[in-house]
Design a protein around this ligand. Structure first.
Ligand code: APR
Ligand code: ZN
Length: 361
């Protein structure tokens, strides 16, 4: 089958690989749509550490083709969304209502048993986040899939697999944005506009979009941003001015850069929250004046996968979509074939896309 494989650091291409049948507890999924997320690029460029070669892709939806021994919650023909974190239901975090921190697997490029089903001749090929679904098919852990209604558009379903769940969840689940509150969002790509949509759904009265790009900030208005700042200007000063010098109740960083993290923390009001969503390099460090947190009672909150419980939340976000609360169609700027994946990455890097989606046919 064809797959988009990062062969070594800073190099990737669409190549043919072999895929084994699913083992016990695993599911073979024929992919229908795969979103192209900044985290895929972060694997290629080494921001997120990974072994190579590795099949990219961690945001997707498809049809169950075959199931391994012991799988009962899905069967061939079911439509499913993939979760890039397993949910075993048994580990410490799963039983303490933190399934997004499930420890069933290790992020080492393998499935749960420490091996991979993908090979290129004699060489093992790893998979990104237990999935590696930027490919025609993916064999994934059964505890990474959940069924969805068959009438849902594939592109919308794919986005729920990562960006939408991360962003909307950051607002409504991690931060618990309250009605009438004020919000600032640093970084208005696919995940950032999802935070904006989550804040709008939660009833925030003011949502300030911050991005390097004027187009991205204007685009953010269609998803619920009420204000934008001057591109290249002093974003912290402008956010303070827009909030009567107080700062926002909830500030989100959706880039993963120390400078924007520091700005995000400054923009949170006394007693407010700075929510860190963006994934930076392992070498990235931000600094905070040690007086600030005790004197202001600010909270700095980490956000993993929008605090998702995917069996509950994936269908909930699809319901929001059906009800017209969540605009997923508008987030899909361009679609591509699997062979066009290099173009999809180029368009993400040049800032052309809110989200690019690969359609597998
Ligand atoms: N200041 C302001 N905006 C910035 C800056 C900066 N210094 N650097 C980048 N941006 C903006 C870009 O202009 C773009 O609009 O951040 C946005 C990032 O968007 P995408 O590339 O679409 O990334 P996305 O998929 O939304 O992911 C964002 O979340 O899940 C993580 O790993 C992911 O860290 C990444 C982040
Ligand atoms: Zn992602």
């Amino acid at each position: 089958m064809k797959a988009v494989v990062a062969t070594e650091l800073n190099d990737f291409s669409v190549i043919n690989v072999d895929l084994d049948a699913p083992k016990a507890g695993e599911v073979l999924v024929k992919m229908k749509a795969t979103g192209v997320c900044h985290s895929d690029l972060s694997i290629i460029n080494g921001t997120i550490p990974s072994p190579f070669p590795v099949v990219l892709g961690h945001e997707g939806a498809g049809i169950v083709d075959a199931v391994g021994e012991g799988i009962t919650h899905v069967s061939p023909g079911d439509h499913v969304i993939l979760s890039f974190i397993p949910q075993c239901g048994e580990c410490f975090h799963c039983i303490h209502d933190e399934p997004y921190l499930c420890t069933a697997g290790k992020p080492d490029g393998c499935l749960l048993d420490g091996t991979t089903r993908v090979h290129n001749s004699d060489e093992d090929v790893y998979v990104m986040s237990y999935l590696g679904n930027m490919a025609e098919y993916a064999v994934v852990p059964g505890i990474c899939v959940t069924p969805i209604d068959k009438d849902i558009d594939w592109k919308a379903a794919a986005l729920v697999g990562c960006g939408v769940t991360t962003g909307v969840g950051a607002a409504i689940k991690t931060a618990k944005v309250t009605p009438g509150s004020t919000v600032a969002v640093f970084g208005c790509g696919g995940v950032g506009v999802s935070v904006i949509q989550g804040a709008r759904i939660a009833g925030a009265k003011q949502i300030i979009a911050v991005d390097l790009s004027a187009e991205k900030m204007e685009n953010a208005r269609r998803f619920g941003a009420t204000h934008t700042v001057t591109p290249g200007g002093d974003a912290v000063r402008e956010v303070m001015e827009l909030t009567g010098k107080r700062g926002v109740d909830f500030a989100f960083e959706v880039i993963g850069h120390h400078s924007t993290i520091e700005m995000c923390i400054k923009c949170a009001r006394r007693g407010g929250s700075a929510v860190l969503v963006g994934v930076g390099r392992t070498t990235e460090r931000f600094s905070v004046n040690s007086l600030i947190l005790p004197l202001t009672s600010k909270n700095i909150i980490g956000c993993m996968y929008g605090s998702v419980n995917f069996k509950v939340d994936f269908p909930m976000y699809l319901d929001f979509y059906r009800q017209g609360l969540l605009d997923l169609d508008g987030m899909v700027t361009n679609t591509y074939t699997l062979d066009e994946a290099p173009q999809a990455f180029a368009d993400m890097e040049s800032g052309r896309n809110t989200r690019g989606v690969i359609l597998h046919g």
